[in-house]
Each structure stands twice: as structure tokens, then as C-alpha cells.
Design a protein around this ligand. Structure first.
Ligand SMILES: Cc1ncc(COP(=O)(O)O)c(C=O)c1O
Length: 556
């Protein structure tokens, strides 16, 4: 029995001697002794030499990666490559495992009774968590990243940056759970005043942050600042917002926040660091519900805070440990595994979402389609200036709750489920699901209608999704017409219904043609790559023939 509990082997001793950094550290430089890293440095030198011989400078790295910063390691790899080949690691794995090692343990033995090892207790730190946090810090360009048990646990830690008696300014179109935290927990439990404001209205935001009474003064009847003049401690932003996809000028808002000496936090769950990196836009904290695109398979809940500045990171790490909100090792392992395929998943889901947004835009049922990637979206240009895609979530209104219900309940592939960011497509009516925690009157004042349908688009075949949605939308049209909400009575209704069906079919035909083109584009890339390879071979043969040809004697 004792042997079972104390299997102290030479292998354990070797592992214990392996140079692990202290827990919860910012991205640390890897040990110079490791062969692994030696080989990486060698490859890096090769890449640098190749760049130099191309006449490229270090500054060209971002150009080579299509404007995406290369994580500061000068290798010039695009983000999808860096997700698989990160420039550094939180600790050195002596066995060079392809998957990240899982330290499924609550405790670590200390070197002696009076010395601490790099890790002692998993609530305070664990190598698997360090690994995931390190990768997230690199991805977000953060000084340090911290993994929490859920997005809400991460947001709860951020909200505590405002002291009792302090003040938080937050967007008025927010995820329902965030809204609940800020309207029911922060004021009542933490004694913090919270003011909600339309984050897409920069003047109103400026007035709310200044707290000069010129904005955020209760447009929705929910702000209770009552004329007092507290300093703003924290500003919480979502862009695009959940679920109406409003766009905030993240750069401008963060600059305002900084000028007022407050902390800015952007909820980046909709975008993922692949499409938007808030710290580069000036935010102090980028928060992500990793339950979405990072995990990617709807099998783990987690949240991440990517933080600029070690002082701020230390304050948040203190809360993470003190409140026991750190992510468990196995969940960190799942999250780190999710990162490897995140680029593939997000790219495919986003392409599908853009196609479906165009389909819905051309369809007669929606009275409004909210998708930041549609040119007609009022914030499209601003969004394009701060993010590299519209993402994979969209919402639309039908003007009829019966119609919206029929769409949600009539789909086969879109399952009626809260959340987004998983590989499978989901549909929800936010007012009855993810945003039900917001009182109906507040929802109505914020312009969040009951008939709003949210689609979280997955990675299925685009044509299958379009066909499925077309069938569900036909049920929606029928429900709307039966209700008489939009179409008039008698013969007018009949001819309208026929026109609508024809318009819906045209929208589907276009979507199917786009889906075919998407598939063909993939095949065409493979063809082009083969053509390029054969042209290169021909070129090499011509060059070698030219160099082996005897030179004509020089003319005298
Ligand atoms: C935008 C947004 N932020 C935060 C959260 C909370 O994340 P979690 O569910 O991981 O606690 C959610 C959840 O849906 C969300 O949609």
C-alpha cells in the first residue's frame, strides 16, 4: 500500500529536477539547455537568414502575416501556424510530447519543510494551467493570461477591480449573465454603482465615464447614479455586442478610459483572438469565454483574462487564487487542445455565417439582420477597422414571435441551445434563453425584442445549413402569415405569400451557388498548388540546362 502511495522513482526525481518556472508567471523565456529549443532557435536563425536574403527586414514580419503581428518572435508565421507551433512554452517537457502534458493533481511535494517548489497546490497554480495561460498570453499579446472556471468567473474577478463605493460603466447590450452580474451582484454584494450606456455612442460613453450627468443617466430607466459624482474605475465593453451585434469604437473608448485613469475590459468572446485582439486596440484586459471558440466542442466551460501590465495582472491573479476560480487541469488540457484547431473552425464557421447572413438579408422573412460582416450593417466599416471578420454569430428579427419560434423549432440542424462557438450550429431566442435574466422592461427599453433569433453558426457544410434554414424559414413565413402580423388578408395575402416563397427560393439558389463556389475554391487551391509545383520544376530544369550550357567564347 505504501508503495502505491509513494512510488518515488528515478523518473519522478528527474521530472522534479526539470526546470519549471514558478506558477502563474508571465510568458517566460525557455531554458537555453533544451535540445528542443536549440533546434527551434536554429530554425529561427534559418528563417531570419532567409528573410535577410529576401531583402526583408524584421518590420516585414507583420506584412508577411497579412498584418497580423507575429507574436514578437520574428518568425513571421501566421496565427494559424502559431497556434500549432507557439514560439515558446510555459515549461519544458523533457519528453517533447506532441499533446500537452496533463498534471491531474491537486498537490505537489515541496523540496523541504521550509522551501516552496514551483508549484504547491493546484488552486494556486498547475503546469497544465501555466501552459494554457502562456499560449493565451502569446495569442492576445498580453503580459499575462489567467484561466478561470468560466467566462462569468473571469468577469466576476474583473468586476472586483472596482472597489466598494466605486463605479463601473458598461455597455447596455451585453450577454445576459454579464448584465445580471453587473445589475444584481456588483451593486448589492460589492457596493459598486453600475451605469449602462450605449457603447456605440461615443459621446454618451464619454459623458458616462466623466460622470458629468450628460450621459448614461438612465436612458433605460436602470441607471441609478442619482446625480452623485464618483470617479469611474472600470469600463466593460462588448464589440460586437451579444446579441444585437452593435459595434463600439474600441480604440476610442479605451483611449477615453485610459485618459480617466480607469481600467478597460473588452469581452472578446464573439471574435476570439483570431479575429480581434483588444489589447492591440488599447484595452487593459481582454476577456474571453473560452467555452466558445477556444474549447470549440461544447464540452468545457472556461474563461480567460489576457492582461496588459504586471500590476493589473497580479491583482487579478490574486483574486483567481483567493477565490479558487482557477481552471482545473483537465479543462486547461481540453482548452489547450482546442487552440490547435481554432483557426480551422473559426474560418469555416465564419465563412458559413457570412453566407447565411447574405441568405437572410435576401430572404423576405427577416425585418432586420444583424451581422457585422454585412456591408449594410451601420458599424461594418468600424468593425472592419478593428477586427478581421464578422465572426460566426448573427441575429435577426421577424416582427413576429410566432414566426421566430417556428424558425427555431423548425430547424433540424440548428439545435435550440444557448451558447455559441462550438462546431455544431445552434439557434436561440435570446429573450427566452441567454438573456432571460434581464427583466422584460429593461430588455424592451434596450431595444432587445422577443422575436430576435440568434444563430451560432458551426462548421457543417454550407449548403446543408442553407437548405435547413430555408425550410425552417418557410415555416416562419407560414406562421407569420397565419398570425396576420405582416401580410394583409384575402387575395393580397395569398399573392404576397407566393411572392415571398419565390424570393426565398431565389435567396436559397444564390446561397447554394455560393456554397458550391466555397467548395470549388478549396479544390481550385489544390489544383493551383499542383500547377505551381510543376511550373517550379520546369523553371528549375530550364535554369539548370542554362547553367550547364557551355559559354560562348568571349569576342575578342
Ligand atoms: C459574450 C459572452 N460573454 C461571457 C459569457 C459567459 O461565459 P461562460 O458561459 O463561459 O461563463 C457568455 C456566455 O454565453 C457570452 O456570450
Amino acid at each position: 500500500m505504501a508503495l502505491l502511495l509513494h512510488a518515488s522513482s528515478a523518473a519522478c526525481a528527474r521530472a522534479a529536477a526539470s526546470p519549471l518556472p514558478p506558477p502563474c508567471r508571465a510568458p517566460a523565456a525557455p531554458s537555453s539547455a533544451a535540445i528542443y529549443w536549440g533546434r527551434r532557435r536554429h530554425r529561427r536563425r534559418l528563417a531570419a537568414a532567409a528573410a535577410a536574403s529576401d531583402g526583408a527586414s524584421d518590420g516585414d514580419a507583420a506584412a508577411r502575416t497579412g498584418g497580423v503581428p507575429d507574436g514578437g518572435d520574428g518568425r513571421g508565421y501566421h496565427l494559424p501556424t502559431r497556434l500549432l507551433h507557439p514560439p515558446s512554452s510555459a515549461f519544458e517537457d523533457p519528453f517533447r510530447a506532441s499533446g500537452s502534458p496533463l498534471y491531474q493533481t491537486a498537490t505537489f511535494a515541496q523540496p523541504s519543510a521550509v522551501e516552496m517548489g514551483p508549484y504547491d497546490y493546484t488552486r494556486s497554480g498547475n503546469p497544465t494551467r501555466s501552459h494554457f495561460e502562456h499560449q493565451m498570453a502569446l495569442l492576445e499579446g498580453a503580459d499575462r493570461a489567467l484561466a478561470f472556471t468560466s467566462g462569468m468567473a473571469a468577469l466576476a474577478a474583473v468586476a472586483k477591480l472596482a472597489p466598494s463605493g466605486g463605479r463601473i460603466v458598461a455597455g447596455d447590450d451585453l450577454y445576459g449573465g454579464t448584465s445580471r452580474l453587473l445589475s444584481r451582484v456588483a451593486p448589492a454584494v460589492c457596493g459598486v454603482e453600475v451605469v449602462f450606456v450605449d457603447m456605440s455612442d461615443l459621446e454618451a460613453v464619454a459623458a458616462a465615464i466623466r460622470n458629468d450627468g450628460g450621459g448614461g443617466g438612465g436612458k433605460n430607466g436602470e441607471n441609478g447614479d442619482g446625480g452623485n459624482r464618483k470617479k469611474t474605475d472600470l469600463v466593460m465593453i462588448e464589440s460586437p455586442t451579444n446579441p444585437r451585434m452593435q459595434i463600439a469604437d474600441v480604440r476610442a473608448v479605451c483611449a477615453l478610459v485610459r485618459a480617466h485613469g480607469a481600467v478597460s475590459c473588452v469581452d472578446n468572446s464573439f471574435m476570439s483572438p483570431l479575429l480581434q485582439r483588444p489589447l492591440e486596440l488599447g484595452a487593459d484586459v481582454s476577456m474571453i469565454s473560452g467555452t466558445k471558440y477556444i474549447g470549440g466542442h461544447s464540452d468545457v466551460t472556461l474563461g480567460v483574462l489576457a492582461v496588459r501590465g504586471s500590476g493589473l495582472a497580479d491583482r487579478l491573479a490574486f483574486l483567481q487564487n483567493a477565490e479558487g476560480a482557477g481552471l482545473a487541469p483537465f479543462d486547461c488540457w481540453l482548452a489547450a487542445r482546442g487552440l490547435k484547431t481554432m483557426a480551422l473552425r473559426v474560418e469555416r464557421a465564419q465563412a458559413n455565417a457570412a453566407l447565411l447572413a447574405r441568405f437572410l438579408d435576401a430572404h423576405p422573412l427577416p425585418t432586420r439582420v444583424n451581422y457585422a460582416g454585412l456591408p449594410g450593417h451601420p458599424g461594418a466599416a468600424l468593425h472592419a477597422s478593428q477586427a478581421s471578420g464578422g465572426g460566426a454569430v448573427l441575429s435577426f428579427e421577424t416582427g413576429s414571435l410566432a414566426a421566430s419560434r417556428a424558425v427555431a423549432e423548425g430547424s433540424d440542424l440548428f439545435k435550440i441551445t444557448v451558447s455559441f462557438g462550438g462546431v455544431e450550429s445552434l439557434v436561440s431566442l435570446p429573450c427566452f434563453m441567454s438573456h432571460a435574466a434581464i427583466p422584460a422592461a429593461v430588455r424592451a427599453a434596450r431595444g432587445l425584442p422577443d422575436d430576435l433569433v440568434r444563430l451560432a453558426v458551426g462548421v457543417e457544410d454550407a449548403a446543408d445549413l442553407a437548405r435547413d434554414l430555408h425550410a425552417a424559414m418557410a415555416l416562419g413565413l407560414a406562421a407569420r402569415d397565419a398570425e396576420g402580423g405582416v401580410v394583409g388578408g384575402g387575395g393580397v395575402a395569398l399573392s404576397s405569400a407566393v411572392d415571398d416563397a419565390a424570393a426565398a427560393d431565389r435567396a436559397l439558389a444564390r446561397a447554394l451557388a455560393e456554397a458550391d463556389a466555397m467548395r470549388d475554391a478549396g479544390a481550385r487551391v489544390v489544383e493551383l498548388e499542383a500547377e505551381v509545383a510543376s511550373l517550379k520544376e520546369e523553371l528549375a530544369a530550364v535554369a539548370s540546362a542554362a547553367s550547364s550550357k557551355p559559354k560562348a567564347p568571349a569576342a575578342r
